[in-house]
Design a protein around this ligand. Structure first.
Ligand code: BGC
Length: 496
């Protein structure tokens, strides 16, 4: 192979773009990160221990035996992060607040001065550059003190989260207009109780479903606190970021199974909030109750909501926050034989996920590249729940190499943005689009091996140097022109 000596990315913005190829003036371009994945400073100041700190300090479970004690050291390098956001031309930067950094004990008896200062500086620094902070209140780093009390399986967590939310709204509500209560309840519960993430328990059947109910009550508690005490002061918007693969049937005979899979992985977390009736998706609740009965449980493993709880959770959104990555085909199978995916849900409803052989995949074999899935999913959300505003809070492309010349990521983002534009032209109000991730970071159980960054981070350099990849150059030309540039990739070879 000939070495690449110079790689030139050139964005050729032609004059022939029509109105509908331009992103509307109100559309927000963003990029995202999360506290545990970038901050480091795990014990700086009076920060409390998180459940990820505990998990990785006492177990060797990441692919490269790493942890996030230092990560991108954003605890110290936040000024550089703001510069990166500015270089990318972002309108919004989505980051998360570490609960134990603000409340070292997990409870509001003590609010950390260091934590307050850190996030306050970050928010002010972003606003000075004209970048909206989009703040996630919980991106998986639960205070260990609360995990010791049962974490998301304890119903009191809804109150604890509401108390934590009140502290955040009081401290930062004057400056933060977009709040994401929880990132991906599916990952919190189905991941955390399926040994894929902290607390790394193998207890989906009971603990996972308790968690399901409590994340929804916790989200609603935070929403209700804001609605009652802060909305009339600050006029912010709140939502919870839902992740789910978009699903399509493998064959027409898989149509019903596909509808059920969508309810299992998405409706379980969306129906209680966005549907008119509220509560669990009825068909799913029925199946899970039948399964529980067959297994000899005297009550459904998915805990029912009371009528008051249904009302409490229903309607707790100002927009739909969607994390979208990929699309899977659904195949109906015998529940006993289901198992292509580690989620326990496959066994509950009798499905497997497969790839469409015509779709390319990223380095991770289940990560199929089917950009049309994003538009289809936006339509489904709009049609099913009648939500008129959707924000894409994550979308990104994984790779295993450090290359700065990341054409695949660039192409993935470009084709996803094309689908966003089409959806907007279809009449769906997509408020904004957020790339995961602004920079390489600690990728949970895969450690530092998987790269999602627009910026590469040199984890071996003393300054954890952040360097733009080609996808970053591409994205900044999108944010500046507010349209998808026609681009050429010129590669000069040495020794030709
Ligand atoms: C999560 C991120 C994670 C990304 C890539 C998302 O679902 O919110 O924390 O890094 O996926 O794995």
């Amino acid at each position: 192979m000939l070495p690449i000596s110079a790689v030139v990315f050139s964005a050729v913005v032609s004059g022939c773009f029509g109105q509908n190829e331009t992103f509307p003036t109100w559309f927000l371009f963003g990029a995202a990160t999360a506290a545990y994945q970038i901050e480091g400073g795990w014990y700086a100041g009076d920060k409390g221990e998180s459940m990820w700190d505990r998990l990785l300090h006492s177990n060797d479970i990441t692919l490269d035996s790493s942890n996030a004690d230092v990560a991108c050291d954003s605890y110290h390098l936040w000024r550089r992060d703001i510069e990166v956001a500015k270089e990318l031309g972002l309108n919004m930067y989505r980051f998360s607040i570490s609960w134990p950094r603000i409340l070292p004990s997990g409870f509001p008896n003590q609010v950390s001065e260091d934590g307050k200062k850190y996030y306050s500086n970050l928010i002010d620094g972003l606003l000075e550059k004209g970048i909206q902070p989009v703040v996630t209140m919980y991106h998986w780093d639960l205070p260990q003190s609360l995990q010791d009390l049962g974490g998301w399986a304890n119903p009191l967590i809804a109150t604890w989260f509401g108390d934590y939310a009140r502290v955040l709204f009081t401290l930062f509500g004057d400056r933060v207009k977009y709040w994401i209560t929880l990132n991906e309840p599916l990952a919190i519960c189905d991941g955390g109780y399926n040994k894929m993430a902290a607390p790394f328990l193998d207890d989906m059947k009971i603990g996972g479903y308790l968690c399901n109910k409590h994340v929804l009550l916790a989200h609603a508690a935070a929403y209700r606190v804001y609605e009652k005490e802060f909305q009339s002061l600050y006029y912010g918007k709140l939502s919870m970021a839902n992740v789910f693969f978009w699903f399509k049937p493998e064959k027409t005979t898989d149509d019903e199974a596909t509808k059920l899979a969508i309810q299992m992985w998405e409706g379980r977390y969306a129906h209680p909030i966005y549907s008119e009736s509220g509560g669990w998706p009825p068909e799913l609740e029925k199946i899970l109750a039948e399964n529980s009965k067959k297994e000899g449980y005297p009550y459904p493993r998915l805990p029912p909501f009371t009528p008051e709880e249904i009302e409490f959770v229903k309607g707790t959104y100002d927009f739909y926050a969607l994390n979208h990555y990929t699309t899977r085909l659904v195949r109906k199978v015998d529940p006993e034989k289901a198992g292509s995916w580690p989620y326990y849900g496959c066994k509950e409803i009798g499905v497997d996920f497969v790839n469409d052989p015509t779709w390319k995949t990223a380095v991770i074999d289940w990560f199929a590249i089917y950009p049309e899935g994003l538009r289809e999913q936006l339509h489904w959300i709009n049609k099913t729940y009648g939500v008129d505003q959707v924000m894409i809070t994550e979308n990104g492309y994984p790779d295993l190499n450090d290359d700065l010349f990341d054409v695949q990521r660039m192409t993935y983002i470009k084709t996803m943005l094309q689908q966003v534009l089409l959806a907007i032209n279809d009449g769906i109000h997509v408020m904004g689009y957020t790339v995961w991730s602004m920079m390489d970071n600690f990728e949970w159980v895969t450690g530092y091996k998987t790269k999602y960054g627009l910026y590469a981070v040199d984890f071996l350099s003393p300054n954890l140097t952040r360097t733009p990849r080609e996808s970053a150059r591409f994205y900044s030309s999108v944010t500046k022109g507010r349209r998808i540039p026609k681009y050429r990739v010129l590669v000069d070879y040495e020794d030709v």
